[in-house]
Design a protein around this ligand. Structure first.
Ligand code: PLP
Length: 283
């Protein structure tokens, strides 16, 4: 496994970060996860734009221009054999001494990137769907920033696992915002529905792609608040993320969604999404 650290490509064991790195000490950093198919990055510009938003949200400059990110990530993929891989990249405010919350006068950001093979989308999961649970959202009010302060998401994912579920849907004031590491969609009276962007959810790149597919194929879609009560009576519920694409949800808190089987709208969007990936692979 070859990783990128601060301008160098290194075998993972040779990549070293200071214990004083503010990413380690304060979780003072941001990240992105970008899927690549056949060595080609999906929606790179959108991911880099979101990286800029996350960085400006924590008052950091992007240490690299977009073209340098693109070159570096493509080289990283190449050195790891291309194919279907997801790229993880992280930027922190870097090492600083003494330990002090306020920013160092002259930060030296840490830039790290690695890739891992993408699991084939699991047909069993697609055919059976997955159970999820709901839980009050215990995060902060800048969930639109993709920061490495992920402890609430870690706890929410573990809670799902403890209960035999796949994901935890996060609830604020009775509304379903998103999953711990995914966005949420519901088919409500035939209309594909997802909560509007705002400070309480991450603007998912997959979410936007699904809305784009709906527009392209003339499928009715809306961005609208979804009360948990309404979600439970939906025709279909899905979660989306870069690494898992679209996953049908068939149970929420032990309650079946509709027939308890993945629905026809899911099957349609799954095909449209896979067609996009196939087109990307072949260029
Ligand atoms: N919401 C949260 C909190 C996430 O962590 C993620 C990604 O992991 C998503 C939504 C989905 O975003 P994307 O489609 O860009 O992967």
């Amino acid at each position: 496994l070859i990783v990128h650290l601060n301008g160098e490509f290194l075998p993972l064991p040779a990549a070293r970060i200071s214990p004083l790195d503010r990413g380690f000490v304060f979780a003072d950093g941001v990240y992105e996860v970008i899927p690549a198919y056949g060595g080609r990055l999906l929606r790179l510009q959108e991911h880099l734009q979101r990286l800029d938003n996350s960085l400006s949200g924590i008052r950091m400059d992007n240490p690299l221009p977009h073209h340098a990110w693109q070159e570096m990530l493509m080289e990283l993929l190449r050195r790891n054999g291309n194919g279907d891989q997801s790229v993880y990249l992280q930027v922190t405010r870097g090492p600083a001494f003494p330990r002090e919350h306020a920013f160092p006068a002259h930060p030296r950001p840490t830039v790290f990137a690695m890739c891992t093979p993408i699991r084939e989308s699991d047909p069993a999961l697609r055919e059976a769907g997955v159970p999820v649970i709901s839980h009050p959202d215990i995060r902060w009010d800048r969930c639109d920033l993709k920061t490495v302060s992920l402890l609430p998401a870690v706890l929410m994912k573990q809670l799902a696992k403890d209960r035999g579920a796949f994901e935890t849907l996060l609830i604020r004031q009775g509304l379903v915002l998103e999953g711990a590491a995914s966005n949420v969609f519901a088919v409500l009276d035939g209309v594909l529905t997802t909560p509007p962007k705002g400070p309480f959810l991450l603007p998912g790149i997959t979410r936007d792609l699904v809305l784009e597919l709906a527009a392209e194929h003339g499928f009715p879609a809306q961005e609208r608040d979804i009360p948990l009560e309404r979600l439970l009576s939906a025709d279909e519920v899905w979660i989306t993320s870069s690494t898992r694409a679209i996953v049908p949800v068939t149970r929420v808190d032990e309650q079946s969604i509709a027939s308890g089987r993945p629905g026809p709208v899911f099957a349609q969007f799954h095909d449209w999404y896979q067609a996009r990936l196939a087109a990307l692979r072949t260029g």
